[in-house]
Design a protein around this ligand. Sequence first.
Ligand code: NDP
Length: 514
Amino acid sequence: MASVDTTAAQSTNGHGGGAEIPVENPATGEVIAHVANLDAARVAEIARAGRAAQPGWQAMGFEGRGRVIRRMQKWVMDNSERVVQTIVSETGKTYEDAYMVEINYAGGAIDYWIKQAPKFLDDESVHATTLAVRGKKMVVRYEPLGLIGVIGPWNYPLANSFGDCIPALLAGNSVILKPSEVTPLTSLLLAEGLAESGLPEGVFQVATGRGETGAALVDEVDMIMFTGSTETGRRVLKRAADTLTPVSLELGGKDPMIVLSDADLERAANLAVYYSMLNGGQTCISIERVYVEEPVYDEFVRRVVDKVGVLRQGPSTGPATAEVGAMTFPKQLEIVEEHVRDALAKGARALTGGKRRAGKGMFFEPTVLVDVDHTMKAMTEETFGPTLPIMKVADAEEAITLANDSPYGLGGAVFSGDRARGEQLARRMQAGAVCVNDALLNYVAVELPMGGWKASGLGARHGAAGIRKFTKQQSIFISRLHLKNDVYMFPYRRRVSKALFQGVRLFYGRGRRR
Ligand code: NDP
C-alpha cells in the first residue's frame, strides 16, 4: 500500500495557533503527517465562520442539501481507495476493517439520511384531543440548532466521527468536527470531499487538536455529539452545563455475549471470534466477555481457540493480508496488557496469545482467556483490545445476572436455538443495543436507534432520534379566525363558571367510562 496522501491535512485548517501534532502509523511506527493543534482563539474563529455560513445552508432546503450530500456519497465511493488508505495508515487497522465497516457504513448511512431526513424533520400536524385545545390547529416543526460540534474517537475515524456529521448537516446545521488527535487525517480528507461536492465554505470544518481543542469547542457550539470514554464524556457534560448546551454521548461498554446450551455452537464461536477481534477489538460494541452454559462450555472454547489460532496479525498492506490489525492508541495497548496481566495473576489462563507482539508497531496478540471471573479487570472494565475472556456458567439465570453486573450498558448478544427464549433473555439485558444469534449489527442498522444505558451514554444515534437531536422543536398553535374570546376566559367567568366545571367533569368522566 502506498504512503498516505497528506495534502488535505496540510491545507484544510491552516494555522492552529499552537504547536503541530505528529500523526503516526501505529502498524509501522512511522510519522506520516503533522496537523495543526487549534487553540481556543482559533476554535472561536472557525465557530464564527460556521455560524456565518449556516443560514445560507439552511436556506438550500432538504433538496439542495441532499444534492450536495448525494455528491459526497459518490465522492466517497470514487475515492474509496484513498479514504481506506488514509484510515489504515492512521489507525493501523486492516484493509477489510476500513472498507467493510467504514466505507460500507458511509454508503448506507448517507443513503438512509438523504431519504429519511425530510420525513423525520417535516412539519407534523398533531390531532387536538384535550378539551382545552379542541378545534385548534397544532403543528410541531424542527429547526436546525445552528452550529454542531462533533467530537470523535480514534477507533473509527469515518463511522464514529464523520458519520454523525451527515445527519447534522442534512438537518441544516453547520458542523465543526474535532477528531481524535491520533486519527485526524480521515476527517481532513472528508472535508476535502465535501468541498469538492459543492458544500458551501464554512459549513463543515475540522478542528484538529488535543483534548483542550475539544473542550474549547464545547464552549462555542449549540450542541455536542461526543463519542469516546465515559470519563471524558462526563467532563464534556459538566462543561456543557455552564452554557446549557445539549449533549449526546456514546461512551464505553463491556458488552456481554451469552451462549445457551441449545445454541448453534459453530455460529456462536464464529461470531464471538469475529466480533471480539474486529478492528483489533477496538469497537465500542465489541464482544468483551462471554458466558457459556456448562454443558457446551468445553466444545465452545475448543472451537474459539481453533479459530483464533489461525488469525494472521500484522500491518495491512492490501486486501486479505491480515485479519487482525494494530492497536491504534499507545495508552490503550497498556490497558490491554494490564487487563491480561491482572487476569493471569488472579488465576486465569491464556489459551492463545496473552502478550504484546515483539517487533515494530503496536500489536497485541489475539488472546483467549479462560478460568476468568468478576474479580478480574478483563471481565469488568472496558479492555478495548483483541481479547476474549470466556466464563463457564451454570445456567441462563447466572449468565444474565453476570451480564448485567456492570456499570456499562451499551450492547450485548444472546445465542440460543430457541429464538423466543433468546429474545426473552435479550429483553432482560440492561443494554441499549442487543442481538439474538447475532452481534454488533445494531450499529450498521441505521434504521434503529443506537444508544447506551447506564454509564454507556445519553441519547442515541440513528433512527428518527438520531437526526432530531440536531434540531430544536417548535410547537405552533393556530386558532380559528374571527374567534373573539374563549368561554373559559375572563368576561365569561362570572356567568358560566359552574357550567364550565360541569363540562370538564362530563368530558373526562365520559372518557374514563369509555
Ligand atoms: P477520549 O474520551 O479520551 O477522547 C475522545 C475524544 O474527546 C477525542 O477527540 C479527544 O481528543 C476528545 N477530548 C479529550 N478530552 C476532552 C475534553 N476535556 N473535552 C472535550 N473533548 C475532549 O477517548 P480516547 O480516544 O482517549 O479513548 C479512551 C477510551 O475511550 C478507550 O479506552 C475506550 O474505553 C473508550 N473509547 C470508546 C469509544 C466508543 O466508540 N464508544 C471509541 C474510542 C474510545 P484527543 O484524542 O485529542 O485527546
